[in-house]
Design a protein around this ligand. Sequence first.
Ligand SMILES: C[S@@+](CC[C@H](N)C(=O)[O-])C[C@H]1O[C@@H](n2cnc3c(N)ncnc32)[C@H](O)[C@@H]1O
Length: 249
Amino acid sequence: MEGRGDTLGSLNESYSTPLAGRYNLDRPSDLRAAPPWHRLAYIIKALPAGLEPLANELRVPPDGRVLDYGCADAPYRRLFPPSVDYVGADLPGNPVASVEIGADGTVPVASESFDAVLSTQVLEHVEHPDLYLGECWRVLRPGGRMLLSTHGIMVHHPDPVDYWRWTCEGLRRVVSSAGFEVERFEGIMGLAATGIQLVQDGIWWRVARPLRPVVALLLQSIIAVVDRLQGPASRRHNALVFALIARKP
Ligand SMILES: C[S@@+](CC[C@H](N)C(=O)[O-])C[C@H]1O[C@@H](n2cnc3c(N)ncnc32)[C@H](O)[C@@H]1O
């Protein structure tokens, strides 16, 4: 069953899964074990592979504090040592989160109380990106860093809603406008590979269910080859996911 809570795009046209089921469905931890014939097989591997080196650039001290703002099932907790105080925040109803995000989108934690903020595949789901980024800035200590990833070009994937997409310049702009200095900016999965992904997404519901694994295996294999042809410079302009490190001065 396809779930509305799929991190990388539910493609669920019915969009009727009860909210209570969100945390059992197709979540990131399940996605990591996805087979090569999964419809998102390539980006499921490429995304964490792209984020891991960026997590090191957060330079979180061994006894530091990290806020995962929109944590779902905290797929990136493993990137930090157990000694790090890792706080997951999410909308009400997520048992993994220890902090509940308010109805106004703010996060009830003290200002300047974190060394790093993790925001992975959340910004596109947030009603007020400026408010959200303002909260990221507020909770960080001066000199603290944020790792943010969100979608450049991607199919609609509500969780529970899906509002935004960014160009490379637009994303830099909203992050800088919140007071951050963007230190590093990367694209994950370049334009040609993303184009093939979109073709697959576009035909997915027309393909007979027994044939879908074959279609996904074929197209995801092509995506893997095609994405090697496009370098980091190109991906920084057009990508399925943009990921950045930003510092609070
Ligand atoms: C696609 S999931 C990403 C989860 C996780 N960060 C990851 O990388 O797999 C989007 C997450 O954003 C959360 N979310 C939605 N609206 C939010 C908001 N206004 N503020 C913070 N988180 C929000 C959702 O509850 C969900 O956990």
